[in-house]
Design a protein around this ligand. Structure first.
Ligand code: FES
Length: 87
């Protein structure tokens, strides 16, 4: 698991092993946009303030993935212990 810190809502949540960031946010009552939940539509695109995402979507280009500036929270995880997201 890892932690996600949300800069707008001021929450910090633990994402358990095997759970998605999206599931964790929805479970905590955070209002997020999503649609496919499979990494193909791009609706859940979120700005990454710090941390290193583990990209598993099919939307972002390799260059975007390497930039560590945006991620799809429905399917991607984290390579770092903490991710700070603009949410
Ligand atoms: Fe479609 Fe995340 S909800 S890419």
């Amino acid at each position: 698991g890892f932690q996600v810190e949300l800069t707008r809502s001021g929450k910090t949540l633990a994402v358990p092993q095997g759970a998605t960031i999206l599931d964790t946010l929805l479970g905590a009552g955070v209002d997020v946009s999503y649609s496919c939940t499979e990494g193909v539509c791009g609706t859940c695109e979120t700005r990454v303030i710090s941390g290193v995402p583990d990209h598993r979507d099919l939307v972002l280009t390799d260059q975007e993935k390497e930039s560590n500036e945006i991620m799809m929270i429905c399917c991607s995880g984290s390579k770092s212990a903490r991710l700070v997201l603009e949410l």
